[in-house]
Design a protein around this ligand. Structure first.
Ligand code: ZN
Length: 236
């Protein structure tokens, strides 16, 4: 996984180096990481939402452009939160190609000891981003044996649990997969359906798009696969 730049406002406990592989490589497990309490978004959890009109009126001050508000402790309980996720994996022969939990027939797959599910990793990062939490590699470090051997669906479920605890639900999600081959159109509905189930969301709010990379660069030369996701969370 690529290195990630972090806001200086994130607690020091979470600022350890990005592990070299994390969920992109072997190993992760289903239980809560011990760092989670330190990262916990208690203001989001404990604070009851203000009336929508109050929240909207307060929103200009909620955007702390000077960086004084810790990312993990939002100063305002927002009615909506948006998140973005990105992920990329190398494609190599001899690996399965798993996208959104679906095994896609192809001559190569993501080079990772885990399932290397680029879409699920990307969606997890979008949810974590919307919640103001660090990225997937920090929340689920592969250096922690608790995460060893778990499929990527574990991270989706944990991200959804964090979202639920914080008092939010999915408004809608829009994901774009970028790969030259194989064509995803025969598999898109299965991927979307499975992703909706993993998220516990109605399929109508989960959108999936796929496009090629015009045969240029690693994405266009069948040497990598990437995904972008934008998600909108709404206070329950
Ligand atoms: Zn990944």
């Amino acid at each position: 996984m690529a290195a990630h730049l972090l806001s200086s406002s994130i607690p020091a406990a979470s600022l350890r180096p990005d592990p070299p592989s994390s969920p992109h490589r072997p190993g992760y497990a289903a239980t809560r990481h011990p760092d989670f309490p330190a990262l916990h978004i208690s203001p989001l959890i404990l604070r009851r939402p203000p009336p929508l009109s109050v929240a909207m009126a307060a929103s200009p001050t909620a955007v702390e452009v000077d960086g004084t508000a810790p990312a993990t402790k939002p100063s305002k309980s927002l009615p909506f939160r948006v998140g973005h996720g990105f992920d990329l994996h190398r494609l190599e022969p001899g690996y399965p190609l798993i996208i959104g939990g679906i095994d896609i027939p192809h001559d190569r797959g993501c080079e990772a000891h885990s399932d290397g599910d680029v879409l699920l990793h990307c969606v997890v990062d979008a949810i974590l981003g919307a919640l103001g939490l660090p990225d997937i590699g920090q929340i689920f470090p592969d250096s922690d044996p608790k995460w060893k051997g778990a499929p990527s669906s574990v991270f989706i479920k944990e991200a959804v649990r964090l979202m639920d605890e914080a008092g939010y639900e999915i408004g809608n999600l829009d994901a774009t997969l970028i790969l030259q081959r194989p064509k995803l159109s025969p598999h898109k509905e299965a991927i979307r359906s499975n992703l909706s189930k993993l998220l516990g969301a109605d399929p109508s709010v989960v959108n999936l798009k796929a496009k090629t990379h015009e045969k240029v660069d690693s994405l266009g030369e069948n040497r990598s696969i990437a995904a972008h996701t934008v998600i909108l969370l709404m206070r329950k």
